[in-house]
Write a protein that binds this ligand. Structure first.
Ligand SMILES: *[C@@H]1O[C@H](CO)[C@@H](O)[C@H](O)[C@H]1NC(C)=O
Length: 355
């Protein structure tokens, strides 16, 4: 019964909010719009949604792309008013973003519903899955995207096919090119967000299974300071490195923290995982580690010791590095004072000089 009342109240106020924000609302194509309209242009990026409430987060991001780019290659479709079109386009889940090329090719977007990320997808989709580069334009290609893979693979090599297959699979997220010529095959990757480069060398490639190329893609594209989620947390706990947790309430807080800590995370990446956790998604996680939103805690998965950052000084790369140093020297008591001699890093390997 209470649920019914709550529903009524929500719907009532939602209607008011919707009316008030009408000026900035989606402007969907009308019911006359057909599939022919899509191929009238060389490409069209289409967002299909069903009910407004379910796509509000996407709506504001979409509008910001539309407004900034003045791009009439972007349209949005409300499948409740244009069901025929959505059926023709085979849209079954919502919201959906796809790029339709004039020649009939379609690229499907699977990333986060964020303007920057959608724009990246659009740029990638307008290039071939694998670009060709030579000595003159290879350098500019390395910085064309956040994550860029370049295969130095002779055209005759059987690796070309493998590289292409993987590129087709990940082309919505990363950029790929082949530079021919070199005698020994290798693949280089540029993670431009973190300023890191990775290489897969000839010996690796010659013996590698297709999954090795995929593993390489994962290694290079994983951010230096990733977001910890239920889905990926095991992969961090099983490496035996200690975790440096930070708890954020929104993307802006995350970006600020990541920018501040990136050099430190790079310096100690062999020993520590720096991560962020969204307190909205995981409301109890910070408390379990003795901290709160905006707080930091170091956790050693090997002995279960946790060290919440409780210093008065604000969290910065400098204070955190000193804090880590104090933990290693045994000057910081772990949460609950279990034993009191927490060490960072895997057992028997805590003798890293700088820590
Ligand atoms: C690089 O230059 C070559 C030769 O001019 C050209 O074929 C290729 O498309 C260029 N690649 C890119 C990514 O612009």
């Amino acid at each position: 019964m209470f649920a019914a009342i709550e529903m009524k109240i929500t719907v009532f106020f939602l209607d008011i909010i919707v009316l008030a924000s009408q000026a900035f609302a989606w402007s969907h194509v009308d019911s006359e719009f057909t599939q022919e309209g899509l191929i009238a242009k060389d490409f069209t990026l289409v967002a299909s949604s069903l009910q407004r409430e379910h796509s509000q987060a996407l709506e504001s991001e979409w509008l910001s792309i539309q407004q900034k780019d003045q791009n009439d290659n972007l349209i949005s479709v409300d499948c409740s008013t244009t069901p025929k079109l959505c059926k023709e386009l085979n849209v079954r889940s919502f919201p959906t973003i796809r790029l339709y090329h004039q020649d009939g090719r379609v690229n499907r977007y699977r990333g986060p519903r964020k303007a920057a990320s959608i724009k990246g997808f659009m740029r990638r989709s307008l290039r071939p899955a694998v670009s060709q580069v030579d000595d003159k334009n290879i350098t500019s290609f390395t910085s064309i995207d956040d994550v860029v893979f370049i295969g130095h693979i002779p055209a005759s090599d059987q690796l070309v096919e493998r590289f292409r297959t993987v590129a087709e699979k990940y082309r919505d997220r990363y950029s790929f090119a082949i530079a021919g010529k070199r005698s020994a095959a290798s693949v280089e990757c540029h993670n431009n967000l973190d300023g890191l480069q990775h290489h897969l060398t000839a010996d690796h490639l010659s013996t590698s299974s297709p999954s090795e190329l995929e593993a390489f893609i994962k290694t290079c594209s994983t951010p230096l300071i990733p977001e910890l989620t239920r889905r990926n947390e095991m992969s961090f706990y099983t490496t035996r490195k200690s975790l440096v947790h930070f708890f954020v309430g929104n993307d802006k807080e995350r970006d600020t923290y990541v920018a501040e800590m990136r050099p430190l995370a790079k310096k100690y990446q062999e020993y520590l995982h720096f991560t962020t956790t969204d307190v909205n998604e995981y409301p109890n996680a910070a408390e379990m580690l003795g901290t709160r939103k905006g707080g930091l805690a170091v956790q050693n998965p090997n002995d279960g010791h946790t060290f919440p950052y409780t210093w008065d000084k604000p969290i910065s790369a400098g204070t955190v590095e000193r804090f880590l140093g104090d933990i290693v020297e045994g000057k910081v008591q772990p949460l609950g004072n279990k034993g009191g001699e927490g060490k960072l890093g895997p057992k028997g390997r805590s003798g890293h000089e700088e820590l």
